[in-house]
Design a protein around this ligand. Structure first.
Ligand code: ADP
Ligand code: ASP
Ligand code: MG
Length: 408
């Protein structure tokens, strides 16, 4: 008998038929004698709709109230799934994140998990029940409801699998696994059989929505092996773990694109030590993730600083820079924001092979795609491009590295 943690995302529970489908799948595993903990997301579209409602009432809604609002989505699903399971004679009980003992820090809307007690999950499992846990949510030490960042149900599942010492952790979604790029953009994308945490983490943090990056980070830290698979068929999915065979042989493992990025240009800052530090401290203090930093030497002792931030953080970033610069008595700083796309190619093989950048840039040049900012690390190259060229650029990059012919 195994303990299985199974997560179903938004599209997998989108409507009542899909919820019944999940209930049938859970029943199958339950009847095979497994202990099953199910983590669910809000039904697809629900969280986005709640965010829109909030923003329609207030352009900068309070983070605590936002968490209070957004957690509603998952709570709807846990109760509905419990009812669907009861109706097919599977004993089941729902639990909120707080009831499952998911303790987080105080950073509303992006809280980090500090500890998971599991609440009474083991007792419920021992008494023969399926336990359904609301993903994406926890509580802080004062009992306030928190959320774990968008896509955070993945993290709930991985963290629960670690805390409960599960034998198996399955992330069930609307695609058959992790592909060489988003199969919605490139129909020729290939399913990857096994991928390392390191590559999955880069793909996820660079925009491959299939996994939340913090969930992969957590899995890597606690060595939680997991499988990304479909909730609609029984095909084998993608196994994500520390080491996979022939990691170094594959030059580029995948292409990620993030269309929710804003280029921030801070103009007219004094070209002297400490200025950039002030800007980035302001970003860090506001919990804004910064990427692709470039500083141009300007004229007359002034410089320009350019970097990218997630679209959702653009307003916070602009406000934080303005108030820091004002407080530092630096007048005349101009902050410009502009939506862009960030495309990245990722692969551990880059460590030991050269020529990736030239191959990518040549392909873009031939396709007439203009590059703005470039950032590299040992295992990735990211470029920022015009938002309207994003999908075309993904197809070009995918083809340039022959990922459509990738061996599975
Ligand atoms: P869920 O609601 O189950 O959490 P998501 O919508 O968050 O599902 O993630 C699944 C989606 O991720 C897929 O429908 C697919 O369009 C997208 N995606 C982006 N990049 C990839 C990739 N490399 N492999 C597979 N899916 C990807
Ligand atoms: N419902 C949340 C979101 O849409 C969490 C999740 O789906 O994982 O971001
Ligand atoms: Mg998701």
């Amino acid at each position: 008998m195994s303990l299985i943690v199974q997560k179903y995302g938004g599209t997998s529970v989108a409507d009542l038929d899909r919820i019944k489908n999940v209930a049938r799948r859970v029943k199958r595993d339950y009847e095979q004698g497994h202990k099953v903990v199910v983590v669910v997301s809000a039904r697809s579209g629900v969280t986005n709709r709640l965010v829109e409602d909030a923003k329609a009432l207030n352009s900068n809604p309070d983070a605590r109230e936002m968490d209070m609002l957004l957690t509603v989505g998952e709570q709807e699903t846990i109760a509905l799934l419990a009812m669907a399971l009861h109706s097919i004679n599977v004993p089941a009980v729902s639990r909120t994140g707080a009831q499952a003992g998911i303790l987080t820090d105080d950073v509303h809307t992006k809280a980090r998990i500090m500890q998971i007690s599991g609440g009474d999950i083991h007792t419920q499992l021992d008494s023969g029940k399926v336990v359904i846990v609301a993903g994406f949510q926890g509580r802080n030490k004062d009992g306030e409801i928190t959320t774990l960042g968008r896509g955070g149900s993945d993290l709930s599942a991985i963290a629960l699998a670690a805390a409960l010492k599960a034998d198996l952790c399955q992330i069930c979604t609307d695609v058959d696994g992790v592909y060489t790029t988003d199969p919605r953009i490139v129909p020729d994308a290939q399913k990857i059989e096994q991928i390392s945490y390191e590559e999955m983490l880069e793909l996820a943090s660079l925009g491959s929505k299939v996994m939340q990056s913090r969930a992969v980070e957590f899995a890597s830290k606690f060595n939680v092996i997991f499988e990304v698979r479909s909730s609609l068929n029984n095909n084998p999915g993608t196994i994500v773990k520390a080491e996979v065979p022939s990691m170094e042989d594959v030059l580029v493992r995948g292409v990620a694109v993030d269309k929710n990025q804003v280029k921030v240009v801070v103009r007219n800052i004094p070209d002297q030590p400490g200025t950039a530090a002030k800007v980035f401290k302001a970003m860090a203090d506001s919990n804004v993730n910064v990427d692709m930093i470039v500083q141009n030497i300007g004229r007359d002792g002034k410089a320009n600083l350019t970097f990218t931030v997630p679209t959702d953080d653009a307003y916070t970033a602009e406000k934080a820079i303005n108030s820091t610069m004002e407080a530092a008595g630096v007048p005349g700083v101009v902050v410009l924001t502009d939506r862009i796309a960030k495309l990245s190619v990722v692969g551990i093989g880059m460590r030991s092979h050269s020529g990736v950048a030239s191959r990518l840039f040549t392909a873009f040049a031939e396709a007439g795609i203009n590059l703005q900012l470039i950032a590299t690390s040992e295992i990735k190259i990211s470029v920022s491009i015009d938002l309207s060229k994003a999908d075309e650029a993904v197809r070009v990059a995918h083809k340039a590295f022959e990922l459509d012919k990738a061996k599975k």
